[in-house]
Design a protein around this ligand. Structure first.
Ligand code: GLA
Length: 378
């Protein structure tokens, strides 16, 4: 069964856009393994848009890999990815052209699914540009869903319609394992903040088998690359990664893995944060009512297997929040429960401590504090 927890991997788009090639992908794969990103849980190496020739093969009508960018062909590249113990992902679109104007899969869904299977593909990101006005988005995703489920190879279906057509209400029924719920991320604080805020009402829509994908991470890009924008700093990235972990989004890295810095590597391989995202029960997150005097503070919780709770205090505003508190009553643990709560800081800022009835911390602008919370019988 695919996607029992949020899928994890790397995608070419955020940094490289159309500047992709088999040598780039091989270099990234080698570095991935050298750095142990696979051991941390990242497994899909996904080639986004711009991988094919500009037209289909005139005789077979199949999609053909660009001879210039991928001279050895996609099967050779997927064999290489598989030889390193990783999985191979590719991209297409439900319209007649992809978003970057390469051939799309409209009315070629079954042929293309078979072609992706021949390529040794394990993951298909499926975009939503240039679809005929007469075509129903949900029906087009259902078509590709059927095609993938019957192509003879297990392929994870990553839908990307940017949250249109109330996607959360039907995409699971179309066979998708994850679905983009927003427009494209770019590498700045406002972009990821607004993506996260826009999904606070949809936390319950992520569950095993199909997860709300808040887009590829920009963590570690520092303004460089295709969606570079004005960039973020380390604090912003800590908050972005923590939001994605707690909210149960797929974790698709987007930075240049070949040049990843040690701080970014430590962040994206933080075992405690990944354990929250990859908790085996994959319960959806919930928002905890925050005190009225902290309008920019958001508290997000997630029940973990075994009884603990993950709690994130996110300051998405521009001023430090000095008294960022949560009443245990609003977590469902009133005084009468007979339990106190033990807070363990997952970024190591403070020693574990036991609290009664309420907990309070201070969080700088753009920063966050993330705790693993366990029940202590009084
Ligand atoms: C859309 C998607 C992006 C990326 C590009 C490629 O904008 O949302 O994630 O795949 O297309 O052209």
């Amino acid at each position: 069964m695919l996607a029992q927890t949020p899928p994890m991997g790397w995608n070419t788009w955020n940094t490289f856009g159309s500047e992709i090639s088999e040598s780039l992908v091989r270099e990234v794969v080698d570095k991935f393994v050298e750095l142990g990103l696979n051991k941390a849980g990242y497994e899909y190496i996904v080639i986004d848009d711009c991988w094919s020739e500009l037209e289909r093969d005139p005789v077979t009508h199949k999609l053909v890999a660009s001879k210039e960018k991928f001279p050895s062909g996609m099967k050779a590249l997927s064999d290489y990815v598989h030889s390193k113990g990783l999985k191979f992902g590719m991209y297409s679109c439900d319209g007649v052209r992809t978003c970057a104007n390469y051939p799309g899969s409209f009315d070629h869904e079954y042929l293309d699914a078979a072609t992706f299977a021949e390529f040794g593909c394990d993951f298909l990101k499926y975009d939503n540009c240039f679809k005929p006005a007469s075509a129903s988005g949900p029906l087009l995703y259902r078509r590709m869903g059927h095609a993938l489920r019957n192509c003879g190879r297990e392929i994870l279906f990553s839908a990307c319609n940017w949250g249109s057509d109330d996607v959360w209400s039907w995409i699971r029924s179309a066979g998708a394992h994850m679905y983009r719920s927003t427009g494209d991320i770019i590498d700045n604080f406002v972009s990821f903040r607004d993506i996260a805020l826009s999904q606070l009402d949809r936390l319950g829509t992520s569950a095993p088998g199909c997860f709300n994908d808040m887009d590829m991470l920009t963590v570690g890009m520092f303004g460089k690359g295709h969606v570079g924008s004005s960039g973020c700093n380390e604090i912003d990235y800590k908050t972005q990664f923590s939001l994605w972990c707690l909210m149960g989004s797929p974790l698709m890295l987007g930075c240049d893995i070949r040049k990843i810095d040690s701080g970014t590597l430590a962040l994206v391989t933080n075992p405690e944060l990944i354990a929250i995202n990859q908790d085996p029960e994959a319960r959806s997150a919930f928002r905890v009512g925050s005190a009225v005097w902290n309008p920019t503070g958001i508290v997000i919780g997630k029940l973990l297997t075994g009884g603990d709770i993950a709690l994130g205090f996110f300051n998405l505003g521009e001023e430090r929040v000095n008294i960022f508190n949560v009443m245990f009553e609003s977590l469902g643990v009133p005084f009468g429960s007979g339990y106190d709560l033990k807070f363990t800081d997952l970024f190591g800022g403070s020693e574990p401590s036991v609290h009664r009835e309420m907990f309070s911390c201070s969080v700088d602008a753009h920063d966050c504090a993330v705790y693993r919370v366990s029940f202590v019988k009084r």
